[in-house]
Design a protein around this ligand. Structure first.
Ligand code: RET
Length: 268
């Protein structure tokens, strides 16, 4: 089933705020790509990987959000009699591209996290495969569940159980993932120079907060009254936008700072 956004008509401001949020996100990621490309030269060889990963995250996210922007543009048209943006015949908007993007970015961000925490060799590999597998499984489970949004919002007939089951399993894997990441932070922080620990701790806090917001955004169609609350659509897309910018760019910049501080100390 199509995402629940497709069942609504939007006031002009609602439609525009979402469109501008897409434009903003694409611009932030394209600009961030330039930042990571230009600062990589200041890091020592050991830390260059984190900049390369940020670049991968930026390129994939720029493409995926650009795709969302295009779909949003096409899926709704202005209706002069109602003075609303209504669904364009034959067009659909799909959040599925977000999940496609996360499937790349979640494993990438977790890899970056472990590398900057200084894990190497066997220890890195054993943490890496568990974390990235959990990340990918979490996204795939959520991807399946989001097809049942119209059922949970009561917009169509049919059981909402799959939304809760796939989503619930995804939440479960998310908590396992957080536990493993928390262990990695505990084991990794003492390996870092004192000066870079603050940025690393902040990166971890941002990760937890923003990743939770993705989970909450999944639940929005289940909010009572969601079926005829178009403002909730705006709120949900802004939740995604905020989390995207913070979990990719701000997180990447914090890790880049850790990498630059570590590089400086390694060469002293
Ligand atoms: C889903 C389904 C419902 C339960 C949970 C989810 C978590 C999603 C997360 C996404 C993170 C994405 C990131 C992208 C960055 O580039 C799949 C929505 C918990 C944590 C970090």
């Amino acid at each position: 089933m199509e995402n629940y956004e497709n069942f609504m008509s939007f006031g002009y401001w609602q439609y525009e705020v979402i469109r501008h949020a897409f434009g903003f996100t694409v611009a932030v990621f394209a600009a961030s790509l330039v930042y990571f490309a230009m600062t990589v030269g200041q890091a020592t060889a050991k830390y260059r990987m984190t900049f390369a990963i940020s670049a991968v995250v930026m390129v994939s996210a720029t493409f995926e959000i650009f795709q969302l922007w295009n779909m949003w543009d096409k899926a709704f048209i202005w209706d002069e009699t109602q003075r609303l943006m209504v669904r364009a015949e034959g067009e659909v908007f799909s959040n599925g591209y977000r999940y496609a993007n996360w499937l790349i970015d979640v494993p990438m961000l977790l890899t970056q996290f472990l590398i900057v925490l200084q894990f190497t060799g066997r220890d890195l590999f054993s943490r890496w495969w568990k974390l990235t597998t959990a990340g990918a499984v979490m996204i795939i489970l959520g991807y399946i569940g989001q097809y049942y949004e119209p059922q949970v919002a009561d917009l169509v007939d049919g059981s909402a159980a799959p939304f809760w089951i796939w989503g619930g399993l995804s939440w479960l894997v998310f908590f396992v993932l957080l536990g493993m990441a928390n262990n990695a932070v505990k084991a990794g922080l003492p390996q870092l120079h004192e000066e870079s620990r603050g940025a690393m701790r902040n990166a971890w806090k941002l990760l937890v907060i923003t990743w939770f917001i993705y989970g909450f955004a999944y639940m929005v169609p289940a909010v009572p009254g969601a079926a005829d609350n178009d403002t909730l659509v705006v709120i949900r897309q802004l939740m995604f936008t905020f989390s995207d910018v913070v979990s990719k760019t701000v997180f990447g910049v914090l890790l880049a700072n850790v990498a630059l501080i570590q590089s400086r100390h390694d060469t002293e």
